[in-house]
Write a protein that binds this ligand. Structure first.
Ligand code: PLP
Length: 682
């Protein structure tokens, strides 16, 4: 497995070596409690004081307060609590403080959720109002001008974590000044530290939270700047640490580490300048354009941090792009890290008015200000290799037998039966037309039929959509899309079925009261006997399969049945998945010399990073091509099959499928190659 190229610095960043050293020192030699009056305590207090002094200088805090917190989320809570308590008091004294809590539509969820939470808990009953952004992601100052007179608090981040869009803080300050707003102003500066100049005491900003781990300090340490004179209410009360403003024994390892990062910022020479970072960003963007010629960047570079690139590639969902990058050892994220697991559309990009494919397909690549030329060279080379991997044939064929590819969308499975020159698309799922058409075109296949089974209520619309994208005749010449010009084949029950020839096999259409079923097998002398039926699709009941197929026929479903997309006519075991822990794999492989290691990642992932486990090569069978291989594996029931993939999800499905089909020796490597570690993936 390729070594990591970490391009997800906006999610978190690697800890600076001098910060690690400072943290270790604070835990070993200087472990005292800064509140103790003996020498050990005084040494710790010295670290606390010098770090705060540095922070004041780096932030330009002037007479304002700088408190150490656990991170930005705590700083945001503290700022919101302080502002709303003050609003409540001013109101009680009869002052009109406005009725709105205004926050940028692209703020981190920590801001909007905190506003809602404290507004509810404190009973301030203000109306949360999202300040819209323009197509470039910047706050609509015209809208702010309208809202400012009614705002009790305004929250506008300095730079966005997903897009890197830098806010026009001077413009916002001017609007607040001109509208004589008395609103408290919080600016989430998490993504700005080390990337944008800060001179907080010379601004109107009341509260500015920071998070250490976004700039090469560890997780669990942050800072909050509070303007001199801005109201303050502690979030935590207790032993009176931080001058009574934030109780709890200080996180001295974190503070010492943050101090080392602040020292690097103040002294210079460690972090790249804005211009240097912009040059690195341009090189990364160039590599991305080479790899994905149709790429679109989701925010204009002139108003974004030079460390963040947010993009989408037409026809490639973000999940595929992330899988591809991860296979090449390039760590990026989909939208924001919080939503990466869900791959949901990004609310930030939605707020910018981008079309759903750009919002749902967005990928964020972010570097830290430590990045250097060698690192970016390596990253660019990997990115270009990702582009080349995309050329890996998805519809490769091993022999004359037709291939069968599963296409899933919205929980429904469609199937493409293909040979080297032609294909039939069965039950294309809704929303997959572009993807199927791109595949078919990339492999130069002639589409013999776009056929349905009648089982999917949206089937005819989905077929019509695919016909349109493929430039086929708009209307179906026969019901459910079967072509008029085809041959016939005799089935074992004496009936005749229309059929198409694909590779060395035939695909026969079996009419059914609910629609149609399809049988794929090798015909002899215009006969397709039960024993020669390899696969079945569509509307076929158990009785049909008994009459027309055999026990080993692989049945490909339109919806998961018992959690899997393909089964045998009768499930043969209880459907347990054989789980192999990553650290048990080596011993398992030693015990089972004949075990087959199957990588079920997509072909482009395997092309981006071929997988070896414990010195053994893996055999790539993408999950989407599993159905083709089930019968072959079942023919050797004693030979263990160990499925692996990136995170263990796809391999678990494959193992479950084969177990249900009766292969008691099918296994999944739990947790995927992500947990296998570099030693085992050689
Ligand atoms: N604000 C922004 C802009 C962020 O990017 C993040 C982290 O993703 C946060 C706030 C929350 O920071 P933390 O998780 O350190 O509390």
């Amino acid at each position: 497995m390729a070594s990591d190229i970490y391009l997800d610095a906006n999610a978190t960043s690697p800890v600076l070596p001098s910060a690690i050293a400072a943290a270790v020192e604070a835990m070993a030699a200087s472990f005292g409690n800064p509140s103790s009056s003996h020498a050990s305590g005084l040494r710790a207090k010295h670290i606390l004081d010098t770090t705060r002094a540095r922070a004041r200088r780096v932030l330009g805090a002037g007479p304002g307060r700088v408190l150490f917190t656990s991170g930005a989320t705590e700083g945001i809570q503290t700022a919101v609590l302080s502002a709303l308590v003050a609003v409540r008091e001013r109101r009680a004294a009869g002052e009109d403080c406005g009725d709105l809590l205004v926050y940028g539509a692209t703020e981190h969820k920590a801001v909007s959720e905190s506003l809602a939470h404290w507004n509810r808990l404190l009973g301030t009953n203000l109306t949360l109002t999202a300040l819209p952004v323009d197509a470039g992601g910047r706050h609509r100052l015209d809208m702010l001008r309208e809202l400012a007179p009614r705002a009790a608090m305004v929250c506008t981040m300095a730079a966005n974590n997903e897009t890197g869009v830098v806010s026009d803080l001077d413009g916002i300050a001017q609007v607040l000044r001109e509208s004589r707003s008395r609103a408290y102003w919080m600016v989430d500066c998490v993504q700005a530290l080390g990337k944008l100049p800060l001179d907080l005491a010379h601004t109107r900003i009341d509260y500015a939270p920071f998070s250490g781990h976004k700039l090469h300090a560890p997780k669990g340490i942050g800072m909050l700047y509070v303007r001199d004179g801005a109201p303050y209410t502690p979030l935590m009360i207790g032993g009176g640490q931080e001058g009574g403003q934030r109780s709890g024994t200080e996180n001295m390892a974190g503070i010492a580490a943050l101090g080392a990062v602040l020292a690097a910022l103040e002294e210079g020479g460690t972090f790249r300048t804005h211009a240097e970072l912009a040059a690195l960003r341009d090189r990364l963007a160039g590599a991305l354009r080479d790899a994905f010629p149709a790429i679109v960047f989701n925010a204009p570079f002139e108003h974004t941090l030079p460390t963040t690139l947010n993009f989408a590639v037409p026809g490639m969902p973000s999940k595929d792009l992330l899988d591809l990058f991860d296979a090449a050892g390039v760590r990026v994220s989909a939208g924001s890290a919080c939503s990466a697991a869900k791959a949901a559309p990004s609310y930030v990009l939605d707020a910018m008015g981008l079309p759903p494919w750009r919002s749902g397909g967005a990928v964020r690549l972010s570097i830290g200000p430590l990045a250097d030329d060698a690192f970016v060279d390596a990253a660019c080379a990997r990115i270009r290799a990702c582009g080349q991997a995309l050329a890996a044939p998805v519809l490769a064929l091993a022999d004359g037998a037709p291939g069968v590819l599963q296409v899933t969308g919205d929980g429904r499975h469609g199937w493409i039966v293909f040979d080297g020159a032609t294909c039939v698309v069965l039950d294309p799922p809704c929303g997959q037309a572009e993807r199927i058409a791109a595949l078919v075109r990339a492999h130069g296949l002639r589409v013999l039929a776009v056929a349905g089974s009648g089982l999917d209520p949206d089937g005819s619309a989905a077929r019509a959509d695919l016909r349109r994208v493929l430039d086929l005749a708009a209307s179906e010449s026969q019901p459910l899309g079967w072509p008029a010009d085809c041959g016939t084949v005799a089935l074992d029950d004496g009936s005749h079925a229309f059929c198409l020839t694909i590779g060395n096999a035939v695909l026969a259409r079996v009419p059914h009261c609910d629609g149609a079923g399809y049988l794929l097998g090798t015909a002899h002398a215009h006969r397709l006997p039960c024993s020669a039926v390899r696969m079945a699709f569509g509307a076929l009941a158990a009785g049909d399969l008994q009459r027309l197929a055999h026990d080993g026929t692989v049945v490909c479903h339109g919806l998961d049945v018992d959690g899997v997309a393909c089964t045998l006519p009768a499930a043969r075991n209880d459907g347990t998945t054989g789980q192999l822990a990553a650290d048990a794999l080596d011993a398992f492989l030693r015990r089972h010399d004949d075990a087959l290691l199957v990588d079920v990642r997509e072909a482009f992932e395997a092309a981006a990073g071929a997988l070896h486990l414990h010195g053994r090569a893996t055999h790539n069978v993408p999950l989407s091509r599993l159905a083709e291989h089930v019968a072959g594996w079942l023919a050797a029931p004693a030979r263990p099959v160990v499925f692996v993939c990136r995170s263990g999800n796809r391999s678990a499905k494959a193992a479950l499928c084969l177990r249900r089909a009766g292969h008691a020796q099918s296994w999944t490597m739990a947790g995927g190659i992500a947990l296998a570690g570099p030693e085992s993936t050689r």
